[in-house]
Design a binder for this molecule. Structure first.
Ligand code: HEC
Length: 152
């Protein structure tokens, strides 16, 4: 009598085990992503801190014509551009404004929070960016980079 199990049985079992492992891996990978999204909306105090540590160097006194914190006249036309567009343009860099405020290690979350902080200081009703807003900023960033490339 032949007692060897048909090869399809163990291979099927292996496939099931592999699929199960993949599911676990996917769940573990997706979990922190979800947490990151929740964390994307940083508290206003954190944005004020980023402003103080990075942006204030120029935006407190208006170095090279940087729009000053709380200067409503300077900020009014910028606020009108809208949060996604203005944040993306500043993030990419514009004239005297260095990309990422000159801090390549700064996250978009931290940077865009600091922009919102400055907009609020000039009377704008800008919220800390949530995941949806960060997505819009990323889309504007892509457009801006493409437009700048086309100009060259
Ligand atoms: C080294 C100086 C410097 C630092 C640091 C700096 N900025 Fe600026 N920023 C400027 C200057 C100069 C301008 C004005 C650019 C222009 O319109 O010619 C500007 C303009 C801007 C604008 C308006 C952009 C536009 O489209 O006109 C935003 C928003 C902004 N900065 C955000 C920030 C944030 C947020 C930080 C900190 C994370 C920061 N900046 C750090 C110099 C700086």
């Amino acid at each position: 009598m032949n007692l060897t199990v048909p090869p399809v049985v163990p291979s099927f079992a292996r496939t099931v085990r592999a699929a199960r492992r993949l599911c676990v891996v996917a769940m573990v990978a997706a979990y922190p992503l979800h947490l990151q999204e929740a964390a994307a909306q940083q508290p206003a105090a954190a944005s004020a801190k980023v402003y103080g540590e990075v942006c204030a160097a120029c935006h407190a006194t208006g170095v090279a014509n940087a729009p000053k914190l709380g200067d409503r006249a300077a900020w009014a036309p910028l606020i009108k551009e809208g949060q996604a567009v203005l944040t993306a343009h500043a993030w990419v860099g514009v004239r005297g404004m260095p990309a990422k405020g000159g801090r390549p290690d700064l996250s978009l979350e931290a940077f865009s929070g600091a922009v919102a902080h400055m907009a609020r200081a000039a009377g704008g009703d800008w919220k800390e960016p949530d995941a949806a807003m960060l997505g819009r900023i990323r889309a504007e960033e892509t457009k801006r980079v493409a437009a700048l490339k086309a100009k060259k």
